[in-house]
Design a protein around this ligand. Structure first.
Ligand SMILES: Cc1cc2nc3c(=O)[nH]c(=O)nc-3n(C[C@H](O)[C@H](O)[C@H](O)COP(=O)(O)OP(=O)(O)OC[C@H]3O[C@@H](n4cnc5c(N)ncnc54)[C@H](O)[C@@H]3O)c2cc1C
Length: 400
């Protein structure tokens, strides 16, 4: 591959695969390095709001994703104490929710499989599985990227390197070793259950958000509504770095056992048979995202708390903006690669910081207890569905 058009992307997660498709569309050749031998992810769903689905549709993914994704009718904000619905935000009512792209909930494995199939169809992208980014050196012609497959070490010339290698990013560590992910004191438990296990009223096409004292629970249908994805977030001290670990069902059940949790969320928790847990870490705001011809994207740059359901969404948006900025280097008199990457970071950072703040604030609000929780519920009721949804416009209306 000619170095002058070759961009290396480290990491074939949602951000890295989306970036490779967007870069190929701008005329680049892309090599994606993925340290895992296979792309697979079990037991986890993702909400993809219109800002993210719009980018994926623009990249041609609709035919592959639509049959597997579920378009929920509504988001229901539920009181853990009473079991009642505090507010219903109707995503299926065009009078209230007017986005020109769908709100999807999808199994992460389905999204990754759709992205991978699209990548495999692109002659300009080479996906190297079982191949790990190791090192990068800068020289007059660009970059030399060192990678390892088993015991074999290989070097490749490229004009740019994109670190899309997640929260424990080796590319970020290479550039900014002082930046360390911080443990939030929260653990996310994730599992799925077969939709046939629950009474029908609890398996409708809704995102249910159960807010309770010091914890919350999210449940929504995935895999063509055959499965329900359940995420429970509770405080904890277990903080092993990594993407996920098997969890003991009794630990999560005991976190929701108190009488302050209604029978329905307890039933949802009880119906999941295989749990996995994630210690929630974040990458502190305000750090650098680029250095010369190297840029970070997605969780590598800005891993956030999942309470705005926007981590993957921001990685997808990053990918679109990064490709657009790098595309400008190809026109006569266009910017250099380092200048284009600086522009990418300048365009993305304020928005991502705002989403990070929104996620932190949402977490505090979800976990209120006592009179503060009662006041929260009253405010949400008083606001009504239209105003509640309008508060998300700045996130959902985004375009690259
Ligand atoms: C409980 C929970 C719920 C969430 N819910 C949502 C949601 O509803 N909506 C949403 O938008 N987001 C959600 N997120 C966030 C979302 O999962 C992440 O933000 C998103 O997956 C980040 O994608 P990424 O591509 O940046 O990183 P990752 O998905 O972590 O991908 C990084 C890839 O890089 C590879 N890699 C690592 N090191 C190397 C190396 N040295 N060389 C080569 N490859 C390497 C890894 O194997 C991996 O495949 C949630 C997160 C959690 C924890």
């Amino acid at each position: 591959m000619a170095a002058s058009r070759t961009i290396i992307v480290a990491g074939a997660g949602i951000g890295g695969l989306t970036a490779s498709l967007a870069l190929a569309r701008q005329g680049f050749r892309v090599i994606v390095l993925e340290k895992a031998e296979r792309l697979e992810e079990v037991g986890a769903g993702l909400q993809l709001s219109p800002n993210a689905s719009r980018v994926l549709i623009d990249l041609g993914l609709q035919p592959r994703l639509a049959p597997r994704a579920v378009t929920p009718d509504a988001i229901s904000l539920m009181s853990a104490r009473t079991g009642g619905e505090i507010s219903r935000l109707p995503l299926g009512d065009p009078g209230i929710f007017q986005a020109d792209a769908p709100y999807w909930v999808v199994h992460r494995a389905d999204l990754q499989a759709a992205l991978q199939a699209q990548v495999n169809d692109s002659p300009d992208i080479e996906l190297r599985l079982g191949c790990q980014f190791e090192d990068v050196g800068t020289h007059a012609k660009g970059l030399t990227v060192a990678q390892r497959s088993g015991t074999a070490r290989q070097q490749e010339l490229a004009v740019a390197l994109v670190g899309a290698d997640g929260i424990w990013s080796a590319v970020r560590h290479h550039l900014f070793p002082e930046v360390q992910p911080r443990f939030s004191g929260l653990i996310a438990w994730r599992g799925t259950l077969d939709a046939t296990q629950l009474p029908r009223e609890y398996t409708s096409r809704r995102v249910q958000l159960w807010m309770g004292p010091n914890a919350h629970l999210v449940a929504y249908p995935i895999s063509g509504a055959r499965q329900i994805n359940v995420v429970a977030v509770v405080p904890g001290t277990w903080n092993r770095p990594g993407w996920s670990a098997p969890g003991e069902a009794n630990d999560v059940k005991s976190a929701f056992a108190s009488a302050r949790w209604h029978a329905v969320p307890r039933m949802l928790i009880g119906a999941v048979d295989g749990w996995r847990k994630w210690a929630l870490f974040t990458v502190p705001d305000g750090g650098e995202w680029t250095d010369g011809a190297i840029a970070l994207l997605g969780d590598a740059a800005h891993a956030m708390l999942p309470f705005a359901a926007q981590g993957a969404g921001m990685a997808i948006e990053d990918a679109a903006v990064l490709a657009k900025c790098l595309g400008e280097t190809q026109s006569q008199g266009g910017p250099t690669v380092p200048a284009a990457l600086k522009r990418y970071a300048r365009l993305r950072r304020p928005r991502v910081a705002r989403v990070q703040r929104a996620a932190r604030q949402a977490g505090r609000i979800y976990h209120l207890s006592g009179p503060l929780a009662a006041a929260r519920d009253l405010v949400i009721k008083g606001m009504g569905a239209r105003r509640m949804l309008a508060r998300q416009d700045w996130i959902y209306d985004w375009r690259a």
